[in-house]
Design a protein around this ligand. Structure first.
Ligand code: ZN
Length: 276
């Protein structure tokens, strides 16, 4: 990618349920760079919506990513639920490719009170299956497990970095709000953000900063981690220093804003970034 793109998480609020065509026109009018399609309740999209997204992504100026369903647990105790989770990730990837998406993300699993190393090995098997099926289908969309916001959810930055080393189409989707919430308020200063980027660069190579996928929002959290998303300026999320670090590392790719006011904070982030 040639720059950092600012994406809304889902359609802008101003589209008021009027669908993709309207929502994507608002994204363009606001000079934003794209959206993350939220398949959080299932991978369903009608033909008209697909066409609207395909038209949108046919202009390389605009980027689309997809968020897989919430009902994914690659560490379920029930094998059929693991199979269903694999299928949901495949469906997200297939629809993503169809509409011209760049990357997909999802919350991979819960620990289910098991040892993290065992959970990692279990997840690895499913990711291997997903990658080999997509490879056979010539689908090379990025598969990006997201860093998660709660201690019960698999997905620390270290775990996802480790997984990324094993598969060529796998890289992290770094949700900075989740990392901040999961670690009870740390990872919120210029130095702490810089260390994360240094770590990723050292482990995965600095070329990952040319193809980055990140999430950001204000966040409310407690001892168990993430509670809910907040508007950036009503939270303690230090987005200004984070964007300075994006700039310092010359990060290109997509930054998806998941604040409840969707497009307003996406615009805030883009404007602040461009002012640096
Ligand atoms: Zn997510």
């Amino acid at each position: 990618m040639n720059k950092l793109h600012f994406l809304t998480a889902g359609l802008p609020l101003a589209s008021e349920g009027n669908g993709y065509k309207t929502g994507l026109d608002i994204v363009k009018q606001m000079d934003l760079d794209g959206i993350e399609i939220e398949f959080v309740h299932g991978v369903r999209m009608n033909e008209a919506s697909q066409k609207a997204v395909i038209d949108f992504t046919s202009d390389i100026k605009y980027k689309v990513t997809c968020h897989g369903p919430y009902y994914i647990n690659l560490n379920s105790l029930e094998p059929e639920k693991i199979d269903a989770s694999v299928l949901r990730i495949l469906e997200t990837s297939r629809m993503g490719k169809k509409v011209g998406a760049y990357s997909i993300t999802f919350h991979a699993a819960f620990y289910m009170k098991q040892q993290p190393d065992n959970v990692y090995n279990t997840i690895c098997k499913s990711i291997e299956k997903i990658c080999s099926i997509l490879d056979e289908e010539n689908n090379n969309i990025w598969i990006r497990p997201e860093t998660t916001g709660k201690g019960t959810q698999w997905g620390t930055l270290e775990e996802i970095v480790k997984l990324s080393k094993e598969f060529k189409n796998v890289l992290p989707c770094v949700d900075f709000a989740h990392i901040h919430a999961r670690n009870n308020g740390i990872y919120n200063t210029y130095d702490e953000f810089s260390k994360m980027f240094e770590y990723m660069g050292n482990e995965l190579g600095s070329e990952i900063f040319n193809d980055f996928h990140a999430h950001l929002a204000g966040i409310e959290y407690g001892l168990k981690g993430e509670k809910n998303h907040l508007i950036l300026n009503e939270s303690d999320m230090n987005y200004k220093d984070l964007l300075k670090v994006f700039k310092a590392f010359d990060v290109k790719g997509v930054l998806v804003c998941e604040s409840p006011n969707i497009e307003t904070d996406t615009k805030l982030l883009k404007d602040y970034y461009l002012s640096l």
